[in-house]
Design a protein around this ligand. Sequence first.
Ligand SMILES: *Cc1c(COP(=O)(O)O)cnc(C)c1O
Length: 232
Amino acid sequence: MTTVSDAVAQVRERIARATQEAGRSDRVQLLLAVKTVDAARIRAALATGERLIGHNRAQELRAVEPELTDIEHECHFIGHLQSNKVNQVMAWAHCVQSVASERLAQRLDRAAEARGRDLDVLVQVNVSGEESKAGVAPEDAVGLAKQVAVLAHLRLRGFMTIGANTPDERRVRAGYESLAGIRDAVVTSGSPGTEDATELSMGMSGDLEVAIGAGATMVRVGTGVFGARPQP
Ligand SMILES: *Cc1c(COP(=O)(O)O)cnc(C)c1O
C-alpha cells in the first residue's frame, strides 16, 4: 500500500518533472488539499516537510486546525466562503484563495482589521465558464483584483482557478493560460497594491502538469496524496 509519504514524494516528482519540461527554474509550491482528510493523515503529510494545506469547508477547518497547532504549517482556505463563516476562517487562515466578489473582500478586510492583522488573498476566476464553478468572470477579474488590492488589511497575492472539467487538454490549458494573462495584466497595471499579485494557484491531481506548463506557481493536490475521497 502506498503511504502518504510515498504519495507526497511521487507528487513532488511529478511537479519537478513538469517544471523542468516547461523550461522553468522557479519553484512550484504544493498545497495539500485536505477536504475529508482526518488530522492524523494531514499530520503524516506535513511530517514529510510539506507546509501548505488548503481547506474547502469552514467546519472541517475549525475541527482540524486545533489538532495541528504543534506542527508548522500555513493554512489556506480554497472553498466557497459563506459570510457567516468569515470569522471562523479568519481565526486560522493565512490566505483565502477564493475571493470572487468585492463584498466578500470587504467582509474579510473588516474581519482582519478586527483581529489586528492582515490576510493574504487570491482572486478566484472562473476561467472555464462552467456554471458549477465559483469565481469571478474573466472579463471582471482585473477590475475586482484592483478593488481588492486597495483594501487596507488584505494583501493581494495573485489568482486561483479550478480548471475545466474535460479530457480536452487544449481547453484546460487555454483556461490556465488565460489566468496567467489576467495575472500579468494586473501586476503590470501599476494600480496600487497589485505589484505582489504574482501567484497562480492552478492545477490539481489530474492536470498539474498542464497547469505548470501554463505557469502555475502553486498546485493544489488532494487525491494524488491522500487517495480517493469518500463519495458525498
Ligand atoms: C478538492 C480540491 C482540490 C484537489 O483536487 P484533487 O483532484 O483531489 O487533487 C484542489 N482545489 C480545490 C479548490 C478543491 O476543492
